[in-house]
Design a protein around this ligand. Structure first.
Ligand SMILES: NC(=O)c1ccc[n+]([C@@H]2O[C@H](COP(=O)([O-])OP(=O)(O)OC[C@H]3O[C@@H](n4cnc5c(N)ncnc54)[C@H](OP(=O)(O)O)[C@@H]3O)[C@@H](O)[C@H]2O)c1
Length: 347
């Protein structure tokens, strides 16, 4: 039996569908206030006939990464754990909460896993946990993390989280780690990378000059299952389909959603100005800023990601990002309510 954490998130929901459609028996951890409505929609989106039935077969249990007793309960009788729960944020005010959930929360989970008979632990890390290359801007699994002023708190928390999993592997937990680039797919547009589509659909005017890797959420889910079912242990793999500029991604989203593609380039100067203005607006209104120093600076970095290791290990063929953008857009065309400015996910 399998435990999935973070099943209500973008990556976790796609993983749940992948596992359910393979007939696996799944338990999913969710917090008391988590909403599963969008996940149910996602299941029928991917399988019109069997979606509802597949969704009903998931056993949802309440728990939190910070609540060790709930993790002990959730892990009872489990053979495999997929850990997708994390706080994804680039807002400096979320630092403490993010370090708690991502580092301490992962330590709690692997410690409980070490005390049970878990056969394999699959950890969803991030390329952010690998760090920044000093020379040619190419990120590979072998890169060694370096402390730097430019590391975001999200990256630091994901690095700390991954370290907990490596520590547990040394203490005897068989594990495998995936490090996805930016994940594209239908999900709650209020959070994580799912926000990108909504921004373009809402008529975002500016793009930045950055380049990064992107991967389809369905591919991340498929590879996580493939690696967990394989004999591979104690390795990490970058999951990335292709490197695109933000302009290219936004143009794809605009094409499929019928919105205008962002026209104006926000260079370094404009980006620096924008996050400062956003900070001032946030201080004056008490609302969360829409942009932080970290998001503004990251959006101008040009970075490339190697997917050679996972392709050599599994022969996997990644979907092009055009397919991920089209899938995302078609989902929201079918369920436009999620994009409405007044819509809040009920808890
Ligand atoms: N999206 C990307 O582009 C991307 C790229 C690379 C790596 N990743 C990694 O992929 C994983 C999933 O990200 P995502 O994009 O799916 O994020 P997401 O949509 O924001 O989902 C996060 C999930 O984590 C759960 N969670 C957060 N804090 C928790 C806690 N204290 N206890 C239990 N559950 C908790 C959330 O539950 P609630 O529903 O209760 O909030 C939700 O299910 C993360 O590890 C992230 O670092 C994501």
């Amino acid at each position: 039996m399998i435990l999935v954490t973070g099943g209500t998130g973008l990556v976790g929901s796609h993983l749940l569908f992948e596992l359910a459609s393979k007939g696996k028996i799944i338990r999913a951890l969710k917090r008391a206030g988590s909403n599963t409505e969008l996940i149910k929609r996602l299941f029928s989106w991917y399988d019109h006939e069997r979606g509802d039935d597949l969704f009903e077969r998931i056993e949802w249990v309440e728990g939190d990464l910070m609540d060790i007793v709930s993790l002990q309960e959730a892990l009872k009788g489990m053979e495999y754990v997929y850990h997708c729960a994390a706080m994804v944020s680039f807002m400096p005010d979320d630092k403490e909460q993010m370090l708690n959930a991502n580092v301490e929360g992962t330590a709690n989970l692997v410690n409980v896993a070490l005390s049970t008979d878990i056969r394999k632990f699959c950890h969803c890390s991030s390329v952010a946990a690998i760090g920044s290359p000093e020379k040619n801007n190419l990120v590979e699994e072998s890169l060694v993390w370096k402390t730097s002023r430019t590391n975001s708190w999200y990256a630091i928390s994901k690095y700390g989280s991954e370290r907990e999993v490596w520590r547990a592997s040394e203490e005897g937990l068989p594990m495998v780690i995936v490090n996805p680039t930016v994940v594209i797919g239908p999900g709650d547009p209020a959070r994580s990378s799912a926000q990108l589509y909504q921004s373009v659909k809402n008529g975002m005017k500016f793009y930045t000059s950055g380049v990064t890797g992107f991967v389809d959420a369905r591919d991340v889910a498929r590879i996580m299952v493939m690696l967990t079912d394989s004999d591979i242990i104690n390795e990490r793999y970058i999951l990335s389909s292709e490197d695109l500029s933000y302009k290219e991604l936004f143009t794809l989203f605009a094409h499929y959603s019928g919105a205008q593609a962002p026209k104006y380039r926000a260079g370094r100067f404009l980006s620096e100005l924008a996050w400062r203005l956003e900070k001032a607006r946030s201080l004056m209104t008490g609302q969360k800023p829409l942009l932080s120093k970290e998001t503004a600076r990251n959006a101008n970095i040009r970075r490339h990601f190697s997917n050679n290791k996972i392709i050599e290990a599994t022969g996997f063929k990644f979907r092009p990002i055009t397919e991920a953008a089209e899938n995302t857009s078609l989902f929201f065309k079918k369920y436009p309510v999620y994009l409405s400015p007044d819509f809040r996910m009920p808890s």
